[in-house]
Ligand binder design. Structure first.
Ligand SMILES: *[C@@H]1O[C@H](CO)[C@@H](O)[C@H](O)[C@H]1NC(C)=O
Ligand SMILES: [Mn+2]
Length: 603
């Protein structure tokens, strides 16, 4: 082996090791995530992607380098790359440029960054790509062998948006026209939630005019005169639709070949099935598409949606082209228009954003239908780096979640209150008028939520052994809270109260104290407070493991009293350390007392 190769090999192996270490850390932290969620970790991941690419290149070089002798032959682009690097990166901290944008002039960088800040995806690049760009076929090969009847129900495709980039909307329209059989596509309805940017006015009209020359009247435009939010936009679209089936999509999507037929065929076979395509991920920066494995659309008790694996029965079929049952929909779906109307359409009491998809999923199941993900239907969907709606979506999301809980979750609505760390009584948040929706539930004779838990979503944990939840504070130091400490890491600490998830603690009838949030799903682990038995440092251990290993994880605790370990008889207390900061320790009980934020009284 030539010396430089050996060196490259060693460097490669070493970087790979570092990469794996970082990657494991990152993926561990991102256990539960929302498809368009906050993106600090995404940023790290993109950096890692780049390291990986470099490593792959390195590996290829090592493979193919038998004859090569000089550095110029090995790196034919070295000179060119140097030139590129000499253009300064104006926005080294912008996530847009983490892996994209080499070789752009300063002017172009400014342009791209400004557009990115507005839209949350790479409009600069989108404007240059052809409207009818061809995407890789992400379907399972078995999908290509399926035959669908010609007389499928026809479809209204609804695209909702606010301040979406013109080229993105045009590409969505073009992709739908190209990839939907002409006799099935009745109309495309654009719902503009009061966009304020100019190019969505006249320029979009011009484009629609152009389309109408080939397909008269195909596109309808609905415009809100004031911003009403995503839920209301979906409703407007639905109300204007006239075809047998409605498909409600975002406008930052591209339909792909054969996307419609598998959905329409399922609905033709059973009009009570609400179906979702798989949305493959379009990266917000370079707009390339990554295949997503088909998975079901679940949610946690805060009613944030998340991907989950299909049922064991589906997995056992070993056929990725088969539709799979799903507890919920993630926002993009198709349904028989009249069936959707019969079960109450979309809930008009939802505001801004969030929760409406979970509401629909639960309602469909409880009121006589079902939800499926259809893997042979694929929509490429841009996962934005940030959304154009309100900066902080939490208040809207929480309000909608409470509304859904109140109407549909029966006694299990307490889980939603706990997930949002609210008191079980008098949370004081206005959830709008729910009387009509409750009446609807009665009229339709929808099933109780318990049925849904048992039959549709058994992996949801019911949290029925809790005695208290919220922050945990010592009487000696009220402004500090028990906190899960550094993650990864397993040492709980005392930290100034900020009342967010790292400080959410739970005490249950098993005498466990769980710190740092409570998982909504049975397959996920919580972390339990453990007295290691010696020394003074408390630890957090995965509860099931702690139980298996018979660690000291059971505590006596009553509101306003000591937290005492049942096995060691030692207490969780605080003490002033050498640096005068208070620390969380375990020691012989000295009579300190604790309060947990919310108590659950049981009868
Ligand atoms: C759509 O299908 C319905 C019946 O399923 C039919 O009455 C209607 O004419 C169709 N519309 C178009 C435009 O093909
Ligand atoms: Mn979207």
């Amino acid at each position: 082996m030539k010396p430089y190769l050996r060196r490259a090999g060693i460097i490669g192996a070493f970087s790979l090791l570092i990469y794996i270490m970082i990657y494991m850390t990152v993926s561990w932290q991102t256990g539960e995530s929302f498809p368009e969620g906050p993106t600090d970790q995404e940023f790290v991941r993109r950096k890692l992607d780049r390291i990986e690419q470099t490593l792959n290149r390195l590996a290829k070089l090592i493979d193919a380098s038998g004859q090569k002798t000089s550095i110029n032959e090995l790196f034919p682009n070295a000179a060119k790359e140097k030139e590129k690097i000499s253009v300064p990166k104006l926005y080294p901290k912008s996530i847009l440029f983490a892996t994209w944008g080499d070789g752009l002039s300063e002017e172009e960088q400014k342009n791209a960054e400004a557009l990115f800040q507005i839209y949350g995806y790479n409009v600069f690049l989108s404007d240059q790509l052809p409207l009818d760009r061809k995407l890789p076929d992400m379907r399972d090969s078995r999908c290509l062998m399926r035959n669908y009847p010609r007389d499928l129900p026809n479809i209204s495709v609804i695209l909702i948006y606010i301040n979406e980039a013109l080229s993105i909307i045009k590409r969505a329209i073009r992709s739908i026209i190209t990839h939907t059989p002409k006799h099935l596509l009745k109309e495309i309805i654009l719902v503009d939630d009061c966009s304020t940017y100019n190019d969505l006015g006249k320029t979009l009209e011009d484009y629609i005019g152009q389309i109408h020359k080939e397909r008269p009247g195909l596109i309808k435009k609905v415009r809100h005169v004031k911003q009403m939010g995503l839920s209301q936009s979906r409703i407007s679209g639905y109300e204007h639709a006239t075809a047998d089936v409605v498909a409600i999509l975002d406008a930052h999507i591209e339909a792909t070949e054969g996307w419609a037929e598998p959905l329409l065929a399922r609905i033709k076979a059973d009009r009570t099935v609400v179906v979702s395509p798989v949305f493959d991920k379009v990266y917000f920066d370079d707009l390339h598409v990554e295949r997503y494995n088909p998975s079901s659309h679940g949610f946690d008790w805060a009613l944030w949606c998340m991907y989950e694996s299909f049922s064991p029965a589906w997995l056992k079929m070993k056929d990725d082209s088969q539709p799979g049952k799903s507890p919920s929909v993630m926002g993009i779906f198709a349904a028989d228009r009249s069936f959707l109307g019969e079960i109450g359409g979309l809930d008009g009491g939802m505001t801004v954003y969030g929760g409406e998809n979970v509401e629909l999923g639960i309602r469909v199941w409880l009121c006589g239908g079902s939800v499926e993900v259809v893997p042979c239907s694929r929509i490429a969907h841009i996962e934005r780096a940030h959304k154009p709606y309100a900066l902080d979506l939490n208040p809207a999301m929480r309000r909608n979640a409470l509304r859904v809980a109140d109407i549909w979750l029966d006694d299990y609505k307490n889980n939603v209150l706990i997930a949002w760390n609210l008191p079980l009584k008098n949370h004081g948040i206005d959830i709008g008028d729910v009387s009509k929706r409750k009446k609807l539930r009665e009229t339709l004779k929808c099933k109780p939520f318990k049925w849904y838990l048992e039959n549709v979503y058994p992996s949801l944990e019911t949290w029925d052994n809790l005695l208290g939840y919220g922050t945990l504070q010592n009487a000696l130091l009220r402004s500090y809270c028990v906190d899960q400490g550094d993650v990864p890491g397993s040492i709980p600490i005392l930290y100034e109260c900020h009342f967010q998830q790292p400080q959410h603690c739970y005490y249950n009838t098993n005498s466990e104290i769980i710190i740092g949030g409570l998982k909504s799903h049975k397959h996920n682990g919580n972390r339990c407070l453990v007295d290691p038995g010696s020394g003074s440092i408390p630890t957090l251990q995965e509860c099931q493991l702690a139980e298996l290993n018979q660690l000291n994880m059971h505590w006596d605790f009553k509101q306003g009293q000591a937290i005492r370990n049942k096995a060691t008889n030692r207490c969780l207390e605080i003490t002033q350390g050498e640096n005068f900061y208070y620390e969380l320790i375990i020691q012989r009980c000295s009579g300190q007392s604790w309060r947990i934020e919310h108590l659950i009284t049981r009868f």
